[in-house]
Write a protein that binds this ligand. Sequence first.
Ligand code: UD1
Length: 420
Amino acid sequence: MQKLIVKGKKNLTGVIKISGSKNATLPILAASILNDNRIELNNVPLVNDVFTMVKLLKHIGSNIKIDLKRKKIFIHNKNKIFETLAPYSLLKTMRAGVIVLGPLLSKFRVAKVSLPGGCAIGTRPVDIHLFGLKKLGARIKIKNGYILAEAKNGLIGTKIRLPSISVGATENVIIAASYAKGTTYIKNCACEPEILNLIDFLKSMGVKIVWLGKRYIKIVGNKDLKSLKHQIMFDRIEAGTFIIAGALTSKKLVVSKIVPKVIKKELKILKKMGVNLKIKKKHVTVFGTKNIKPISINTEPYPGFPTDLQAQIMVLMTKANGVSTIKENIFENRFMHVPELNRMGAKIKILGNKSFIFGPQELNGAEVMATDLRASVSLVLAGLIANNKTVINRVYHLDRGYEGLEKKIRKCKGSISRSN
Ligand code: UD1
């Protein structure tokens, strides 16, 4: 199994170009099932989750090509009959595969999709996805680890109030409603920037979607969809990760190809911690910061502070002058990086869904284990500031969601390498 070796105490300096968003690409690829005409996606991140979704689409009959050099995906389904089965083998490594349920069901009136595999950060059920699809008229059964869904007369627009805020369920229901007969109103939906990017994609395809309130949208279904080109938005979590890396290690690091106003909350919190930032329209310059102030944060659905950046900011908190706290409100088991950070010399205590980070602490290199995507990158950040060498096991988590991480760090004079 591959490992990453990070040598700490090197100043990162230069420009980091942020890639396209994995979490925007996955639902957009799922939504492509609805459309038989040509689709071109630009700024696609070359990460394993995207490759898995491409495999899944190929499996169900999609005519999809990925241009690695130009980071584009071309899809042209031409009325092909789809296989409406999404197998366990493809969903066990990537939970987001369940987003093909809505479009398959909406277009082909039947779908069999594996229940997603287990997940380190929490139980992550799909009940809200199924709730929304049932409201649209689907009959759903769970059998032998599969979701069996059917809508003999097609899905029909209706009024839905999602019982709690879920990014994936909102995406699944929006996509399904886009091809349903009539108009759907969804209340209590997630409004993450990736959902806005998905909505832009669906609108360019010819679906009428209007925001009626902050968490309230109207979708007028349309089966007559057209060709389109679409730009995948920047990866806001990768951007936040590198801005934190800059605060920890750099004299001056430019994080570019982003739209800073999308990450307003994160930038505000970093500023409160004393991080020296220069914010422009399409990039942020971050200067290394010696005097980091402690802070208390809660993870929340957008526009709150993202759970996907919790592990990374925790590393910055180990350098703050005092006690910081993080309350994790989204996933029940998302502090798996804490014991690993403590092994490197951090002093972090967990009480229920709250962690207390006692700073400042000097971190020392150690052999550590990555447990999920964002936990892995937090260990890379810790390795970058630690004394000596840090060895990170189970790198495959990182490869699911960070494009060219090592290359980007090396380009900015960080020391990171991979070994078998
Ligand atoms: C997405 C992101 C993930 C991010 C998360 C929260 C993708 C591919 N992944 O995951 O990176 O960390 O949003 O911002 O975009 N829940 C239920 N029932 C459901 C669905 C969700 O109880 O049917 C719960 C989950 O267990 C979790 C909470 O709702 O506690 C939020 O999860 P959700 O927003 O659905 O996350 P994902 O879409 O899986």
